[in-house]
Design a protein around this ligand. Structure first.
Ligand code: NAI
Length: 252
């Protein structure tokens, strides 16, 4: 309890999955939290579920600079400061090899996963208090090749580049920047990927993934939130510029 007491956190993609689980965890640890998402219905549902006086929400598309500036302004108006930035919103896009990958899907994935994370770093970090922490949600697909995950894997590699540059640029203000690299997590995104890979038999796609994980199961979103919490609080104050894999041993 209280590992984030009086800290202000922004969580993009905060209305579902890993972002929502992290919002819950942060509130329990005493943080003031702004959840940002482009899905109005999910934002409303998440706000009701979290039911906290220390929670605010902002509808914004992370790939649009005006929207990014809007969520920064909304956070500063509501809470006065920013200490933690969980730069997490992302989409999976089409499932296809590079040879046949649709160009419009490539552009859509890059806009959210790369430009969205980039704009977040550009607009949020200068407004953060010294000593703050930025966590970017990449993926195991950001560290190795994944057939058929085309633009997603490319975008997740690019996020590592953003993390490394932002870490060295902000070290003088003692703002640390790290990326996390989950394997499959029990969220709607994996349901989408299983559906795209498995067609009529998404369970087979899930079995295929689980057979590659030594722990034999997907992560829970709450388990990812535990790592995000560690990287957000003072216990990790000397850790920056690093990639943190959380995958049940999938890539040992
Ligand atoms: P999710 O689909 O449950 O949640 C993602 C949230 O981001 C949704 O609420 C969605 O509305 C929001 N979002 C999407 N595009 C947006 C935009 N342009 N602007 C604002 N919000 C937007 O997915 P999940 O699994 O929680 O994913 C979170 C992050 O974790 C993503 O970056 C994803 O790539 C990454 N990740 C997920 C893994 C998994 O197995 N679920 C594994 C590794 C990484």
């Amino acid at each position: 309890m209280n590992r984030l007491k009086d800290k202000v956190a922004i969580i993009t993609g905060g209305a579902n999955g890993i972002g929502l689980a992290t919002a819950k965890r942060f509130l329990r640890e005493g943080a003031k939290v702004m959840i940002v998402d482009n899905n109005t219905t999910a934002l409303k549902k998440a706000t009701e579920e979290l039911a906290s006086p220390h929670l605010q929400h902002c509808r914004a598309d992370v790939s649009q600079k005006a929207d990014v500036e809007k969520y920064v302004d909304a956070t500063l108006s509501a809470f006065g400061n920013i200490d933690v930035f969980f730069n997490n919103a992302g989409i999976e896009g089409a499932v296809s090899p590079i040879a046949t990958y649709p160009e419009d899907e490539f552009d859509r994935v890059m806009a959210v996963n790369v430009k969205g994370v980039w704009l977040g770093c550009q607009c949020v970090i200068p407004k953060m208090r010294p000593g703050g922490s930025v966590i970017i949600t990449s993926s195991v697909a950001g560290l190795r090749g994944f057939a058929n995950l085309g633009a997603y894997a490319v975008s997740k590699h690019a996020e590592v580049g953003i993390m490394r540059v932002a870490a060295v640029e902000n070290a003088d203000r003692k703002i640390r920047v790290n990326s996390i690299h989950p394997g499959p997590v029990e969220t709607q995104m994996m349901r989408h990927i299983e559906g795209k890979l498995g067609g009529d038999a998404p369970d087979k796609a899930k079995d295929g993934f689980e057979s590659q994980i030594p722990f034999g199961r997907y992560a829970l979103a709450e388990e990812i939130a535990d790592l995000v919490l560690f990287l957000s609080c003072d216990e990790s104050k000397y850790i920056t510029g690093n990639t943190h894999v959380i995958d049940g041993g999938m890539h040992v």
